[in-house]
Design a protein around this ligand. Structure first.
Ligand SMILES: C[C@](O)(C(=O)O)[C@H](CC(=O)O)C(=O)O
Ligand SMILES: [Mg+2]
Length: 297
């Protein structure tokens, strides 16, 4: 039935084990719990909850408008339907170090496997927009220390994201990355690196697992999973990919109805009723309580 069969602790341990294995994990962003089911069914390695997607889902831009509790609630809804570990975008941690601590505990309570906390100023911006600003090293380090100290499950992954590359250049970003590892970060997310050479330079400079953000229409190149694995990256992230695909398909479907008077021409590109029922495990619910409810059609 539609819930995770593994505990949060087990999912956290699994994520750490996979990261330690040196393999590349492929991690798409789920735009809702149902899409997390699809990510798992297709055999991906983990699920991401993107701040940009949580905001867009509410019809908002990704400029720090969403709250820690909104993000934790959505992350919990997503994490509870999948056996995969869920990694969450916790933006700047939503405030001062004390807020960061509360955010980490709220995410632990939501059953997710880990989160990333970035070094942009509050309010943050999308990492691929120009004109973003970052905090100084001491403030960034305080955030990560607060996150590390706040977690009650040592398995909960604290990933530090640095946005320094676009503001102060690659060398400064690497220096920041080293300071964040020193502060206790388990993994790093170097945001908006430009091209393979920069990815390689970052990889050579630090020892922790690294995330490569394969977001579309951004500053970086879209590299294949085999290339990212060769470069020594641990996570290939597709944060907004499913939302963009779904919204593109939705727009084309609406245009089709307007143009032709029927959706008949796009039915072939839809998820079928049977596929949907499979994904939400109608059959499992039917078996659970066939005597009271009958969901079969
Ligand atoms: C990864 C990211 O933080 C997200 O919220 O998904 C975004 C993605 C995007 O806006 O394309 C980011 O890179 O800032
Ligand atoms: Mg984000």
């Amino acid at each position: 039935m539609l819930y995770s069969t593994r505990t949060a602790q087990a999912k956290r341990a699994a994520l750490r084990e996979r990261l330690a294995s040196g393999e590349l994990l492929r991690v798409p962003g789920a735009f809702n719990p149902l899409s997390a089911r699809l990510i798992e069914a297709k055999g991906f390695d983990a699920v991401y909850v993107s701040g940009a997607v949580v905001a867009a889902d509410l019809g908002l831009p990704d400029i720090g408008l969403t709250t820690a509790t909104e993000v934790a609630q959505r992350a919990g809804q997503i994490a509870r339907v999948t056996d995969l570990p869920t990694l969450v975008d916790a933006d700047t941690g939503f405030g001062e170090p004390m807020n960061v601590a509360r955010t980490v505990q709220a995410l632990e309570d939501a059953g997710v496997a880990g989160c990333h906390i970035e070094d942009q100023v509050n309010p943050k911006r999308c990492g691929h927009l120009d004109g973003k600003q970052v905090v100084d090293e001491a403030t960034a380090v305080q955030r990560i220390r607060a996150a590390v100290e706040a977690r009650r499950d040592p398995g909960f992954l604290i990933m530090a994201r640095t946005d320094v590359r676009a503001v102060h250049g690659l060398d400064a970003a690497i220096e920041r990355g080293r300071a964040l590892v020193e502060a206790g970060a388990d993994a790093l997310f170097p945001e908006a690196l430009l091209g393979e050479d920069e990815l390689a330079a970052f990889r050579a400079a630090v020892d922790v697992p690294l995330l490569a953000n394969m977001t579309e229409f951004g500053k970086g190149e879209l590299l294949t999973t085999s290339r990212l694995a060769e470069l020594g990256y641990a996570i290939a992230l597709y944060p907004v990919t499913l939302l963009r695909l779904a919204m593109g398909a939705a727009e084309r479907g609406l245009d089709e109805i307007l143009a032709t008077g029927t959706q008949a021409g796009v039915v072939g590109s839809m998820q079928t009723r049977a596929e949907l029922y499979d994904l939400v495990d109608y059959a499992g619910y039917g078996r659970f309580d066939a005597g009271v409810y009958d969901f079969t059609l």
